[in-house]
Design a protein around this ligand. Structure first.
Ligand SMILES: [Ca+2]
Ligand SMILES: [Ca+2]
Length: 505
């Protein structure tokens, strides 16, 4: 019976792999071209962990050891909390000696800063790197590390990045340059503060190491995209899997939700039957242990609820909830601020418009007056040119302003549309962007207001010297056209803005 279920599972995995291996998704299995070439894939529970019963009542993780500041809980392992200078790691208790394998790691790296530090690493090394300076694990490792480097140490603006770094036990990791000269493969991906967990699929098949990433923007677990591939990658025949993380002056929560290991077998090769690998006594022992653990857990849960009827969840979760509450409050405050700023902008634009009207009427009067008193042949060309240039600039600035406004409103719209689905961090980020955008708009409006507040002094139309002059028809026409365009543009913008305001507030 067990064998037939196993066969069904292998068949299901094959179907999934066939789907994954289509050419548009990249070459998952290093040269596999079709379903017949896809490797067999078998889940290895002894080198894996996942919720909802990830840790035991004493805080240990079955088949894994954890060190440093790592905090296992029922549904995740917090490798480091978001405090300064933390280090933590988890490692398999036993070595793995599969020729081909695939690891799926699901994690979240989240923090309130725009930047975070230092990052998270997934390891396959000959020894357990229980503690050290490389993302919380030992340096000079023998094997391979896949680094999710959040912090841009060398200031080249190329982080967050994902790197594959191999080491034969002699290399010292170049932290100050983000390992840029040591990486065998790399890709730039922002893996911090995503609405869904990040998934990394690391495949070692036929001596090629491939890293595929699901970037956490979608609930679709199979939505992987290619990150990097290293051919002819030599790693130890036998080693430990590990995940480590560290924080520095900046800090993120580094939470791993699951680590799933699959043994890959090339088509045509015999899979060792699971019974041969797990002796019956051991299997029974684990089964018994599991049942005992389950019963004990239920008892403790009941006892805890009786003792603390008003306490829900663990203190860590309470902290989480308060952070979420704060974020929601920030979103609402942000929205109110945007509303106020838009109102203020509206007032300032109305002022500019009044100013313009006054300006135009003064100029028109002046021209009419001078047209009547002018002698033919002379043109107040300098002043008129100044006026026309300044009008054109005003028009251009107003157009820019209108565009900025449309952008802002579009952003507000998109935030409101995705607000609920996308999660709080993403929303806060959007609002920050909008806030910055509005500041730019505000500055340019102030600039405009300043320009128009004292423009009469600068251009000094009414105080023109009483020299005899006349206005050519061409100049007058240009002036009239410019003014018309200006008014038309403003009225269009204003009606658009009002329509948009009605739509969103
Ligand atoms: Ca770094
Ligand atoms: Ca960098």
């Amino acid at each position: 019976m067990a064998v037939s279920i196993e066969q069904l599972r292998v068949a299901a995995c094959l179907v999934i792999l066939t789907l994954l291996c289509n050419p548009s998704n990249g070459d998952v299995a290093g040269g596999a071209a079709g379903a017949t070439d896809a490797p067999h894939r078998r889940f290895e529970y002894k080198y894996s962990f996942k919720g909802p019963h990830l840790s035991q009542s004493d805080g240990s993780i079955p088949f894994w050891v954890h060190t440093g500041n790592a905090i296992p809980s029922a549904d995740q392992i917090r490798i480091t909390p978001s405090l300064r200078s933390q280090k933590g790691s988890v490692w398999t208790k036993n070595t793995v000696s599969f020729e081909n394998w695939e690891a799926e790691v699901t994690f979240r790296i989240s923090g309130r800063g725009r930047m975070g530090a230092d990052g998270l690493a997934v390891w396959f090394t000959a020894g357990q790197g229980l503690e050290g300076p490389v993302y919380g694990a030992a340096d000079s490792w023998n094997g391979v590390g896949i680094f999710f480097d959040s912090f841009d140490n060398d200031g080249k603006k190329n982080n967050p990045a994902i790197l594959i770094v191999g080491n034969n036990g002699k290399l010292i990791y170049d932290h100050q340059n983000d390992g840029s000269t040591q990486a065998l493969g790399t890709c730039l991906r922002d893996f911090r503060n995503k609405p869904y967990p990040i998934r990394a699929k690391i495949t070692y098949y036929k001596k090629s190491l491939t890293v595929m990433i699901n970037n956490g923007f979608t609930p679709d677990k199979d939505d992987y995209e290619f990150c990097a591939k290293v051919d002819n990658m030599i790693i130890p025949h036998e080693g430990y899997f590990g995940i480590s993380a560290a924080t520095g002056g900046l800090a993120d929560d580094h939470d791993v939700l699951s680590f799933l290991l699959f043994r890959l077998t090339e088509p045509g090769q015999q899979l060792p039957p699971p019974e041969a690998e797990i002796p019956k006594e051991e299997k029974d022992k684990y089964q018994e242990e599991f049942e005992n653990f389950q019963q004990e857990l239920d008892k403790k849960k009941e006892a805890f609820q009786k003792e603390h009827p008003d306490v829900q969840g663990e203190p860590v979760e309470e902290l989480y909830e308060s952070v979420n509450d704060r974020e929601i409050r920030q979103v609402f405050e942000g929205q109110n601020r945007i509303h106020l700023e838009i109102k203020q902008l509206n007032r300032q634009l109305a002022m500019i418009l009044d100013e313009q009207r006054r300006y135009v009427s003064v100029v028109t009067d002046e021209i009419a007056r001078r047209g009547a008193a002018a002698e033919p042949g002379q043109v107040p060309s300098q002043h008129l040119d100044t006026i026309i240039t300044s009008q054109q600039e005003v028009l251009k600035n107003l157009n820019d302003l209108r565009n900025s406004f449309s952008d802002t409103l579009r952003q507000v719209a998109s935030v409101q549309h995705q607000g609920n689905a996308a999660g709080a961090y993403e929303t806060v980020q959007h609002f920050n962007d909008i806030k910055e955008h509005l500041h730019v708009v505000k500055r340019s409006v102030e600039h405009l207001a300043q320009r128009n507040g004292g423009p009469s002094e600068k251009v000094k139309c009414p105080e023109l010297p009483p020299m005899p002059s006349c206005l050519s028809t061409t100049h007058f026409l240009i002036f009239v056209v410019v003014q018309s365009v200006l008014f038309f543009g403003y009225i269009m913008y204003r009606s658009q803005q009002e329509a948009a305001a009605k739509k969103f507030f």
